[in-house]
Design a protein around this ligand. Structure first.
Ligand code: A2P
Length: 332
């Protein structure tokens, strides 16, 4: 197996640092790693894979060194500019920003759901939005079995999803300081406002969930609505997902479908107060599903509570899993 050169762009950020952690846990066939960030952190040192690495400033020539795969998480404008440059030099970019997700030339991938889409990449593969990824892990096996008709998403999203700035706003807000990242205090508060507001009254985060779900499941016909809320939790997103199916189901069979699906841990024992919680999901690459109950207000409906580490499964781990599959396909 050929050993590869792998770059991490945004290596000093919230997701970037978790890329490094997940890469240390995985055994990828890598010859050299290159770590990039902005001029602000160029020259700083990080311990990675038992060695000391120097952060380099990202520029137009960064990919001139035979880099095979680059994991990007440095924001949308960096991805917009540098992902095509990297791709033009023969590198495959796995991009965590929203810049390329809805481009029809770019596969949008959750490895448990649509790994085959990796094969038609033209140099950029998009990592979906964190809230979408965990929902897809839970909904794909149910769509296959019962055919989804409609979804209502309500999310309870952690501040780590807004990067270091979001984390600092909660930490400092709990000490009484004013917010810098969010428009209002997040400590002891809930903000029904993630990303910008759009002319239709939805936020961009809500529309990302709607559009990305349709693209990943390959089901443009599914009716979807979403309300996304930032809550004062440091890490791991929780979601209430209400789903209506075309086909009838037995609840016990539906639970078994979830139990047997890849990447899912069912935690549903209400008699003993067992259900997925953010504090337990943090640090794991799995998606936790519980509170599984029939929606008695419609014919074929179910309610789910879905929790995952938004920085791991929602970002870094999903991207590294994509890279792993990509390497598998390269060696086929
Ligand atoms: P830096 O630490 O040098 O600013 P977060 O989302 O947690 O705020 O992280 C954003 C990441 O994107 C950081 O690693 C940050 O690096 C990186 N970044 C921001 N602007 C640039 C840029 N112009 N070029 C390269 N990396 C950037």
């Amino acid at each position: 197996m050929k050993k590869l050169n792998v770059a991490v762009v945004g290596a000093t950020g919230m997701v970037g640092r978790t890329f490094l952690k997940v890469l240390e846990e995985e055994n990828l066939p890598v010859e050299n790693y290159y770590l990039f960030a902005s001029a602000r952190s160029a020259g700083s040192k990080v311990q990675f894979m038992g060695k000391e690495y120097t952060i380099e400033e990202l520029n137009e020539n960064s990919f001139d060194r035979g880099i095979d795969i680059a994991l990007f998480s440095a924001g949308g404008s960096i991805s917009e500019k540098f992902a095509p440059i990297a791709a033009s030099k023969g590198c495959v970019v796995v991009d965590n920003s929203s810049a390329w997700r809805m481009n029809s030339e770019v596969p949008l991938v959750v490895p448990e759901v649509n790994p085959e889409d990796i094969k038609w990449n033209k140099g950029i593969i998009a990592n979906p939005n964190c809230s979408t990824i965990q929902a897809m892990v839970a909904l794909k096996p149910l769509d296959e079995k019962y055919k989804i008709k409609r979804i209502v998403y309500s999310t309870y999203q952690a501040v780590s999803g807004a990067g270091m700035g979001g984390w600092n706003d909660l930490e400092n807000g709990l000490k009484g300081e004013a917010p810098k990242k969010f428009p209002h205090p997040i400590a002891n508060n809930c903000l029904p406002h993630i990303d910008v507001f759009l002319p239709n009254g939805y936020t961009k985060e809500e529309m990302k969930m709607i559009e990305e779900t349709r693209k990943i499941l390959g089901r443009q016909d599914i009716k979807i609505t979403a309300t996304t809320v930032r809550v004062p939790v440091f890490n791991s997103h929780s979601e209430s997902i209400n789903v209506e199916f075309e086909n009838p189901f037995e609840l016990s069979e539906l639970v078994d479908v979830l139990k047997n699906a890849p990447g899912i841990v069912v935690e549903d024992d209400t008699a003993n107060n067992v259900y997925p919680m953010a504090i337990n999901a943090t640090g794991s690459n799995d998606t936790y599903v519980g509170r599984i109950r029939r929606d008695e207000s419609v014919e074929n409906g179910v309610n789910l509570w879905v929790v995952a580490d938004n920085i791991r499964k929602g970002a870094a781990a999903n991207a590294v899993q994509i890279a792993k599959k990509l390497i598998e396909y390269m060696n086929d």
